[in-house]
Ligand binder design. Structure first.
Ligand code: FES
Ligand code: FES
Length: 141
């Protein structure tokens, strides 16, 4: 349970009104899906990005978290952060940035790590799909 005594109002807001909750079709060629778990507690998060193939800009983000309030708040905040970023920018997001912004207590740092890992994993999935679509034949072939 989430205690108002210990949590920053911003966490409570993202927890009570999480942004960008949902799923996208993971088979779409421009959707990258990240599914990660937190070894510390066993909680799981899925985060998906929809990328503009020509600009590399993340145009949409959706997440689902089977985890604690801090994990929900972290991923909700992360989706807002990531939307509109290039893949390059998004891959540099650190969990400490998320934790600081939400004023997470140290014991909840791993919850924000889940969000960072999920973003990285979604980017990796998108990139490997995209590489798979690249024509393998050179101009001389
Ligand atoms: Fe209980 Fe994460 S340890 S929800
Ligand atoms: Fe596990 Fe928060 S306690 S993600």
């Amino acid at each position: 349970s989430l205690s108002r005594r210990f949590y920053h109002p911003k966490v409570i807001d993202h927890y009570q009104n999480p942004r960008n909750v949902g799923t996208m079709d993971k088979n779409l060629p421009n959707v990258g899906t990240g599914l990660v778990g937190a070894p510390a507690c066993g909680d799981v998060m899925r985060l998906q990005i929809k990328v503009n193939d020509s600009t590399g800009v993340i145009e949409d983000v959706k997440f689902k978290t089977f985890g604690c309030g801090s994990a929900i708040a972290s991923s909700s905040f992360a989706t807002e952060l990531v939307k509109g970023m290039t893949l390059e920018e998004a891959s540099q997001i650190k969990n400490t940035t998320i934790a600081k912004e939400l004023s997470l207590p140290p014991v909840k740092l791993h919850c924000s790590m889940l969000a960072e890992d999920a973003i990285k994993s979604a980017i990796k999935d998108y990139r490997s799909k995209r590489n798979g679509r690249k024509p393998t034949l050179g101009p001389e072939a």
